[in-house]
Design a protein around this ligand. Structure first.
Ligand code: NAD
Ligand code: USQ
Length: 404
């Protein structure tokens, strides 16, 4: 296709894989609002996990069909929908040929560390789903859309907690008098986090071998729920996980404070991670798409804005709760995971800032509004889902059935 220079620039076409999930839904709406041509690809398997484990989002969420219909009626913008599993290469091929993406944002993986540690079959599912899904995306790009830019969601957890500063993807090392810049060492600590390491290796290799252009976004733990677009209507609300399998640290603590459950600090609580607001997730992805990697380049950005230990998060939520008249207690839960509970942590995160990221830092006012949000929905909380039930040490081959 060709057009003369006075025609308006063609809208960039972005395929959002995993666009029915927490990060993906917020991102799909944000990009559509910013005038990108958006298609969501999702197997809806995440909604199935919830059914199978008896879990539910704190917020009521509409079906994906209702969501995109509501978006169209509010804004006039169309989001195309492809329901299917990216591990099915025939489905993925047809989707690529039909939509012809300029960028693919890949959120579509099993993303819970505890889920991957339930039993052998969930561990195998996680690595199969994530590693094969990403390989299929790479093959589809090579076959049908060579110029396309892959923006892949990775995780800060790929690095683990080394006793030196964490760099963005690569580290320059001098060894026996010779110097090289090498992939930063990976020390992931769940079968889920390991699946991201395997993905990174496969992507790096195809950049080198086939000239694929890719950005690996090593994202920290995401918190929050509201974005400009999901606020527009209750049928656009995002999911908010608080249970022991899919819920993440700060979001869980806010729900726990709202229902009067003591905050569940695992072990000593010195576990430090990078965190970011979901409003920054959507901003970071947009920045990565707008400034694509070059052909053959495997770019790595550390995507978080601030570091906190679990104890620091617990004390922030306790303080914010007090202001709202809540008496927030903390309990030390025997750590169900195998991880360092007291460690050095200093991770670089300058590349997205250099591209123009304006972070929403975790201020008192944000915790207040997140707490108020969770209080509003507290009657929907199933308190039986709060305590962790998956043990890193006890995982076995026997299928775990769900106690009721
Ligand atoms: P989520 O579970 O809410 O969403 C993932 C979506 O992907 C779901 O809608 C699911 O149905 C879909 N999916 C999974 N496998 C698929 C497949 N084979 N084919 C098609 N669709 C598939 O997860 P999220 O919290 O939105 O996370 C999105 C991505 O961001 C993940 O890759 C995750 O590892 C990464 N990430 C998330 C966080 C966080 O705190 N939530 C932090 C860092 C990185
Ligand atoms: N933790 C507690 N109490 C809780 C929940 C968690 O102490 O109630 C601790 C955990 O032991 C861990 C830390 O808090 O040390 C973070 O746990 P989490 O469940 O918030 O996050 P994690 O398992 O690391 O996974 C989440 C997302 C995953 C993403 C990752 C980014 O589910 O998809 O990859 O955050 S990162 O942590 O940077 O690897």
């Amino acid at each position: 296709s060709h057009h003369s220079s006075n025609e308006p620039a063609k809208r960039k076409r972005v395929m959002v894989i995993g666009g029915d999930g927490y990060c993906g839904w917020a991102t799909a709406l944000h990009l559509s609002n910013k005038n990108y041509e958006v298609a969501i690809v999702d197997s809806l398997v995440r909604r199935l996990f919830d059914h199978q484990l008896g879990l539910d989002s704190l917020t009521p969420i509409s079906s994906i069909h209702t969501r995109v219909r509501r978006w169209k009626s509010l804004t006039g913008k169309t989001i195309e929908l492809y329901i299917g599993d990216i591990c099915d290469f025939e489905f993925l091929s047809e989707t690529f040929k039909s939509f012809e993406p300029d960028s693919v944002v890949h959120f579509g993986e099993q993303r819970s560390a505890p889920y991957s540690m339930i039993d052998r079959s969930r561990a195998v599912f996680t690595q199969n789903n994530n590693v094969i899904g990403t390989l299929n995306v790479l093959f589809a790009m090579k076959e049908f859309r060579e110029e396309c830019h892959l923006v892949k969601l990775g995780t800060m957890g790929e690095y683990g907690t080394p006793n030196i500063d964490i760099e963005e993807g690569y580290i320059t090392i001098t060894h026996n008098g010779r110097t090289d810049t090498l992939p930063y060492p990976k020390q992931a600590s769940s079968f889920y986090h390991l699946s991201k390491v395997h993905d990174s290796n496969n992507i790096a290799f195809t950049c080198k071998a086939w000239g694929i252009r890719a950005t690996d976004l090593n994202q920290g733990v995401v918190y929050g729920v509201r974005t400009d677009e999901t606020e527009m209507h209750e049928e656009l609300f995002n999911r908010f996980d608080y249970d022991g399998v899919f819920g993440t640290a700060l979001n869980r603590f806010c729900v726990q404070a709202a229902v009067g459950h003591p905050l569940t600090v695992y072990g000593k609580g010195g576990q430090t991670r990078g965190y970011l607001d979901i409003r920054d997730t959507v901003q970071c992805v947009e920045l990565a798409i707008a400034n694509p990697a070059k052909p053959g380049e495997f770019r790595v950005f550390n995507q978080f804005t601030e570091q906190f230990s679990v104890n620091e998060l617990a004390s922030l939520v306790t303080k914010a709760g007090k202001k709202l008249g809540l008496d927030v207690q903390t309990t030390s839960v025997p750590n169900p995971r195998v991880e360092a509970e007291e460690h050095y942590y200093n991770a670089k995160h300058t590349k997205l800032i250099e591209l123009g990221l304006k972070p929403h830092l975790l201020s008192d006012s944000l915790i207040d509004s997140l707490l108020n949000f969770t209080i509003k929905y507290k009657d929907r909380v199933d308190t039986k889902q709060i305590m962790p039930s998956v043990s890193w040490r006890k995982i076995g081959v026997k299928p775990r059935t769900i106690a009721t």
